[in-house]
Design a protein around this ligand. Structure first.
Ligand SMILES: [Zn+2]
Length: 64
């Protein structure tokens, strides 16, 4: 399985997605997001790397 890290365009929630899905639902605002329309910040097959990438992206967004 291949995972991606996205940011919800509506509420800026950082979220992991399964890249084989077409849509994902934001856990914070409940908006249904079309994965192909989103910017994929990071892609990996490793759940461990995925968690690290989410942590890094959250830290980066907090600075702004
Ligand atoms: Zn959202």
């Amino acid at each position: 399985m291949r995972f991606g890290v996205i940011v919800c365009p509506q509420c800026k929630q950082v979220k992991s997605v399964d890249l084989s899905s077409k849509t994902t639902k934001c856990i914070r605002c409940g908006k249904t997001l079309q994965i192909k329309k989103l910017k994929i910040f990071y892609e990996t097959e490793s759940q461990e790397k995925l968690r690290n990438a989410i942590g890094l992206l959250n830290a980066e967004l907090d600075k702004k």
